[in-house]
Unconditional design. Structure first.
Length: 297
């Protein structure tokens, strides 16, 4: 099979139609250039160049072969450039896990910034609860997780990324919907939609500790995992809820959002988690060029 160097020699002679100029262009002398063309013709079994003492021209076969020769050389050069970009993290794939709530709080900005800074890195998104993300990180199925609690599993590092306040979500006709600034004590005895103690443990424990601190005892009427499901139940009038402030961007009809005093400022924390031995260069670039500027925004 012909080599790329012989194709390059052929292209130079075909474009210059002069062995001297082609040799000068390739920074070589004429004899080795002529041998490269002869060897290429031998390998192909056809004559590509008509040679005479006064002129050089392409045969019909040479004319037909020239576009393919250019295309082959361009593809080879492009492939070499592409493969060199992979170790640098300029090109590749990052598998990212996220919780339903983080889709509103973090993902839009993450995707936009990644497109600007790493346009050739593909982000594959998988919606998963935090516990499933940790298992996938440990097993190598995820490169990066957007998780709620800090992860304590050996081999997995966690770093704060984002935090926000909790706000109250109430049915529009709820007796407290007209109260501009609610207190945690106002939840005492109220029907409240609660987070699952298994699949949304972070929020469940956060709310229980928040209510306990002021002696409030809500009536938990339903346990759910995702914030958007919680808002649907609030919308239906089933009860009130405490949700991350980013949930307000969903603008659900029939739901009023209210600030809640005496809640610790911006208590809901989002963390990024990854395996310390992950060899993916694209992940390293994402964490170096996209994520550091976000911490504690």
């Amino acid at each position: 099979m012909f080599s790329l160097s012989r194709l390059t020699c052929f292209i130079a002679v075909a474009e210059e139609l002069h062995f001297g100029r082609a040799a000068e262009r390739l920074h070589m002398t004429q004899p080795p250039l002529s041998r490269q063309i002869q060897q290429l013709e031998h390998e192909l079994g056809v004559q590509l160049i008509e040679r005479s003492s006064r002129a050089v021209s392409l045969t019909a076969a040479g004319t037909a072969f020239l576009p393919d020769a250019r295309r082959i050389v361009a593809l080879a050069e492009g492939a070499a450039l592409t493969v060199r970009r992979v170790p640098a993290g300029d090109l590749g794939t990052v598998n990212i896990g996220f919780t339903g709530a983080s889709a509103r709080a973090v993902l839009p900005r993450l995707l936009q910034t990644a497109r600007e800074k790493l346009p050739d890195v593909r982000l594959v998104l998988r919606e998963m609860v935090t516990s499933a993300q940790v298992d996938a990180l440990a097993g190598g199925d995820l490169d990066l997780g957007l998780v709620r609690p800090m992860v304590s599993r050996p081999g997995i590092h966690t770093r704060p990324l984002h935090r926000e306040r909790l706000v109250a979500a109430l049915p529009v006709d709820h007796e407290l919907a007209s109260t501009e600034d609610l207190r945690i004590e106002d939840f005492d005895g109220q029907a409240v939609i609660m987070y699952s103690p298994v699949d949304a443990r972070y929020f469940n424990e956060l709310l229980i500790s928040t209510f306990t601190a002021v002696g409030a005892a809500p009536r938990y009427v339903q346990y759910v995992t995702q914030v958007h499901t919680m808002l649907v139940l609030v919308q239906s009038g089933l009860g009130m809820a405490l949700v991350p402030e980013s949930a307000m961007t969903m603008h659900p009809d029939g739901v009023e959002f209210r600030q809640v005093s005496a809640v610790r400022d911006r208590p809901v924390q989002m963390n990024m988690a990854w395996r310390h031995d992950n060899p993916n260069p694209a992940l390293a670039r994402l964490m170096k060029d996209v994520l550091p500027q976000w911490e504690w925004k």
